[in-house]
Ligand binder design. Structure first.
Ligand code: BEZ
Length: 236
């Protein structure tokens, strides 16, 4: 690895610390977010169309993420005045897919030195050397990185998936389970693999927990009602 390249943070790492200037004032990350989930995401550039569609979507969904105890923080390598002008343009001029008068209330970090972007591996030179890729870091209330998604410059993010992944991780934590492919609240969850053949056999024979269903010894599920998930993770 060359001297200028920082190791990219990985799932399970502590979120790298930084202080930054944002459209909502200075932040001390991740300390300021202790006790909340936070999605730290980067976009390539202000005043670009894909990023505009993403910011309008994220701003529209901000309260939904807040209900799940999750705050949003954006970043690009543009300066503060560019951020402010772009967000004002979005609010005053852009109407897109039924979204209009959209105010971005979450902080957008200015990172003209690329210090934060480099710390988080958001500059991926094969894609662009002067812009951040579309990175999404899910950071838990203890400041641990729990998931990372990267998209190229050309591809806008899927916000249903970002929200789904957040709720899935919160559900996994709250109920000590895992979630299968395409899981949504109300779908069956995966129970930890049985530690011994006896337990697995009991499960296969339906003797352990009437609601547990086993597809084989290593693959057992159980239902958790949607209301239970929502009450636990969303307090609803
Ligand atoms: C966009 O947000 O539209 C965009 C930004 C950088 C490169 C390509 C597209």
């Amino acid at each position: 690895m060359s001297e200028n390249v920082t190791a990219m943070p990985r799932i399970g790492d502590k979120a790298p610390e930084f202080k930054a200037v944002t459209t909502q004032g200075p932040i001390n990350f991740p300390q300021d977010y202790s006790g909340s989930w936070v999605i730290l995401f980067s976009h390539p550039a202000d005043f670009t169309p894909v990023c505009t569609s993403e910011f309008m979507t994220f701003a529209t969904l901000e309260s939904k993420f807040a209900e799940a105890n999750c705050k949003l923080v954006g970043l690009s390598v543009d300066g503060l005045y560019s951020h402010i002008a772009w967000l004002r343009t979005i609010k005053e001029k852009i109407e897109y897919k039924g979204m209009k008068d959209v105010e971005v209330k979450f902080p957008l970090i200015e990172d003209i030195t690329m210090e934060v972007a480099n710390k988080y591996g958001m500059i991926q030179p094969g894609e662009a050397t002067t812009k951040a890729v579309r990175a999404v870091f899910f950071i838990d209330p203890k400041g641990i990185i729990r998931a990372i998604i990267y998209y190229p410059l050309s591809t806008g993010r899927n916000f249903d998936e970002i929200y789904r992944a957040l709720i899935a991780m919160q559900t996994a934590d709250a109920f000590s389970v895992a979630t299968p492919a395409d899981w949504q609240p109300g779908d069956d969850v995966i129970v930890p693999t049985a530690g011994s053949c006896g337990v697995a056999k009991n499960r296969m024979e339906g003797k352990e927990g009437a609601d547990i269903k086993c597809y084989d010894w290593f693959f057992c599920t159980k239902p958790i009602a949607k209301e239970t998930v929502l009450k636990t993770v969303l307090n609803k």
